[in-house]
Design a protein around this ligand. Structure first.
Ligand code: GLY
Length: 368
């Protein structure tokens, strides 16, 4: 499917603008890892809640290098990757896929250097240590009894480590986690719960819950996008049709429930949402749908996912979302949302939104 010239021009402009914004950020505030803006500014005293975003800045620098071939971006990307290397043994978060897939894995893909790959494998092994045999899931950062839908974006690094080291124990952990998530957090209509709670003694599933969504039984948009993208990724690793089916179920929910412009609110079930947009969810969906277009075996569905992803990007590269016409705004993509209940990053630029937005735009420009 060809992309029309107008969208291609907007995608090029997005990368030019991103280069400008990112260069200013890393030169003005070297070696800092902001997570979300406050009134468009990256530096503030707002809390992080959890430290899961430190790969997305380096990840964008790698994307800029891939797009431009420019040595400046490569040197900075390597530097920002090195700054997080110690996190490969971090057992306090469930986010090592976010941290290392966006940075060290991109670096490895470019070089084929086994020492760089080892860092990715080490991170995968560390993540696998979160596995709870009773309940069969990787525990979230919050508590032993807690499973998050977000972990679907991280479990891929365990599949990767399992395959590269031929380790059946790692493969079992990754597989069990995905099947538990599919059974407990993905509903029959393709919507998803943010969190599942388990009995630690028996491993019995107790109930669905949420931190960032509207209600325990509602549909937090970003969580569904993590599932859409994450189940697609694990299908790519395993070719297990159950994962593709789940990714497509989530994709269909997204497409059916989102306004024509392609950007959902923070939660599809929030009545008359005060803020209409969660642009980071849309960016993740666009990138995940471009993956699904490649993964699905059905040509009609492939076309459907790709054209919907392009529709999202048409919206996100437009004046309402791209910050290019907003003087003083330091981010790239406006109208993202981090944690509505805690009042963190509400209607702001968010670092993962920037990353997945550039990733999706890069796929349009370069294929993939
Ligand atoms: N903690 C992951 C997210 O906010 O989506």
């Amino acid at each position: 499917m060809t992309v029309d010239a107008r969208l291609l021009a907007r995608c090029e402009l997005t990368y030019e603008f991103a280069a400008q914004q990112l260069r200013r950020l890393i030169e003005t505030h070297p070696d800092r890892f902001p997570m979300y803006t406050v009134q468009g500014k990256w530096m503030h005293e707002g809390e992080a809640w959890t430290n899961w975003c430190e790969g997305f800045l380096g990840g964008q620098l790698w994307l800029l290098h891939e797009h431009t071939g420019n040595a400046y971006w490569r040197e900075r990307a390597e530097h920002y990757s090195r700054l997080i290397e110690h996190r490969k043994t971090d057992r306090t978060v469930h986010d090592l896929g976010f941290l290392f897939w966006s940075t060290w894995k991109r670096w490895y893909d470019l070089t084929g250097d086994p020492a760089i790959e080892q860092v990715v494998i080490d991170a995968g092994r560390t993540l696998s240590l979160r596995f709870k045999e009773r309940g069969r899931y990787l525990r979230s950062f919050v508590a032993d009894e807690s499973l998050f839908i977000d972990i679907m974006m991280n479990v891929g690094i365990i599949f990767y480590a399992a395959q590269r080291t031929n380790d059946p124990a790692l493969l079992r952990i990754a597989t069990e986690h995905c099947l538990t998530t599919r059974k407990r957090l993905v509903r029959g209509d393709g919507s998803t719960a943010h969190e599942g709670l388990f009995d630690l003694v028996t491993g019995e599933f107790i109930r669905q819950s949420t931190h960032q969504g509207w209600r325990d039984d509602s549909s937090w948009a970003r969580g569904l996008c993590w599932a859409l993208y994450g189940f697609g990724t694990v299908y790519g690793f395993t070719h297990d049709a159950r994962y593709l089916q789940t990714a497509e179920l989530c994709a269909n929910f997204y497409i059916e429930h989102t306004p024509a412009h392609g950007v959902p609110p923070n939660d599809w079930d929030e009545p008359d949402p005060a803020l209409p947009y969660e642009s980071s969810a849309a960016a993740i969906a666009a990138s995940g749908l471009l993956n699904l277009a490649r993964l699905t075996g059905d040509p009609a569905r492939s076309l459907h996912y790709r054209s919907y992803a392009l529709r999202i990007l048409e919206t996100l590269t437009g004046p309402e979302f791209l910050a290019i016409d907003t003087p003083g705004w330091e981010g790239i993509l406006k109208h993202g949302m981090y944690h509505q209940r805690k009042g963190l990053g509400v209607d702001e630029s968010v670092m993962w939104g920037e990353y997945f937005f550039l990733e999706a735009v890069g796929k349009v420009l370069h294929g993939g």
